[in-house]
Design a protein around this ligand. Structure first.
Ligand SMILES: NC(=O)c1ccc[n+]([C@@H]2O[C@H](COP(=O)([O-])OP(=O)(O)OC[C@H]3O[C@@H](n4cnc5c(N)ncnc54)[C@H](OP(=O)(O)O)[C@@H]3O)[C@@H](O)[C@H]2O)c1
Length: 303
């Protein structure tokens, strides 16, 4: 089968589309025939070696985590999936390998795909949807009428967070590039800010929740914008944020490790059309490497 892989951490030039043996699912795993896979910033952060503490040093490595497809076979001790099931999910950081014809994944990070949702849409949702769900619902327990600031509100996680916050009946303020104003308003962001001119001072003590999906704010800046009892959520960890979140009950790191509850939540929201991703471009696996490079280096296409 074909897969995108690399033999050492480094630049995009390390990537190649190779012929490899089809992997076999182990205990608690399934083999999925990939119909679509999507790109996350972590794909190039891992390839560059930035996350090697978590991704390990086993090579050659596949690339890509988020996928949707059809179960080809199941490993020992798997009784919740059968060959032919339509599924979506993500590999763990160590496993990777979704940019391939077949991928092995742990059953705990895979769910059944709603039949009314195309593979391309479902393939975008596990990483960003889990981050948004685990932050706003599991951690912040966001409720109707509460106010939330979402930075990067048109990014993968930010867009999902806006949709989940609106589902909860929260009032959303967001930041994005200046050209995204109309799109953010259409998504349900009540006050849209150009992030290059974002005035933290005008939002003192305004929010129950600040969700910094862009990694653009310090803990101090978030704290200044929180109401009493409010909470800030962070998905782009820096050493300062890790320490600050450990020492404070107001600031929290969020990791997109799906739980059965978050998977059930995003599956239902996908099925009901509440979670709808923006898909910038779809390319076949044979054209994926130049598309990945363009997205990493130039940030296009959006979505
Ligand atoms: N902890 C976890 O488990 C986890 C899970 C998922 C993602 N992440 C991380 O979270 C970050 C966002 O992921 P993503 O998938 O949402 O990325 P994305 O789709 O690239 O979105 C990032 C968004 O942030 C916007 N942005 C850039 N600088 C900004 C600023 N200073 N203020 C406000 N917005 C700004 C970008 O707008 P422009 O394109 O207009 O610049 C873009 O829309 C990445 O660093 C990713 O690695 C972590």
């Amino acid at each position: 089968m074909k897969r995108i892989q690399y033999f050492k951490y480094g630049s995009p030039e390390e990537l190649s589309l190779a012929d490899v043996d089809q992997p076999k699912p182990g205990r608690g795993q399934i083999l999925v025939h990939v119909k679509a896979a999507s790109v996350n910033p972590m794909d190039w952060k891992i390839r560059s070696g930035e996350m090697k503490m978590m991704s390990g040093s086993h090579f050659p490595r596949g690339l890509g985590h988020d996928f949707a497809g059809i179960v080809e076979s199941v490993g020992p001790d798997v009784d919740q999936f059968r060959r032919g099931d339509e599924v979506f999910g993500a590999t763990t950081i160590r496993q990777a390998g979704a940019f391939a014809e077949y991928v092995v994944a742990d059953t705990k990070t895979v769910g059944l795909k709603p039949s009314n949702v195309p593979f391309e849409q479902a393939a975008t949702m596990t990483v960003v949807g889990s981050a948004a769900w685990l932050g706003l619902i599991a951690k912040a327990k966001l409720r109707a009428g509460q106010s939330v600031l979402i930075t990067g509100c048109l990014g993968g996680v930010g867009r999902s967070a806006v949709q989940i916050a609106r589902m909860q009946g929260a009032i959303v303020t967001g930041s994005c590039g200046a050209s995204g104003r109309d799109e953010a308003q259409a998504l349900g962001v009540r006050e849209v800010n150009d992030y290059r001119a974002f005035d933290i001072g005008s939002y003192r003590r305004r929010f129950n929740v600040v969700f910094d999906t862009a990694g653009a704010l310090s803990l101090r800046q978030c704290g200044a914008m929180l109401k009493k009892g409010g909470m800030s959520l962070h998905i782009v960890p820096t050493p300062a944020k890790m320490i600050g979140c450990l020492l404070s009950s107001r600031h929290h790191l969020v990791f997109a490790n799906p739980t059965p509850e978050s998977f059930a939540g995003i599956t239902e929201a996908l099925e009901q059309g509440i979670l709808v991703p923006a898909i910038g471009r779809v390319v076949p696996l044979s054209e994926a490497i130049p598309a990945l490079v363009e997205l990493e280096k130039r940030g296009v296409p959006k979505g």
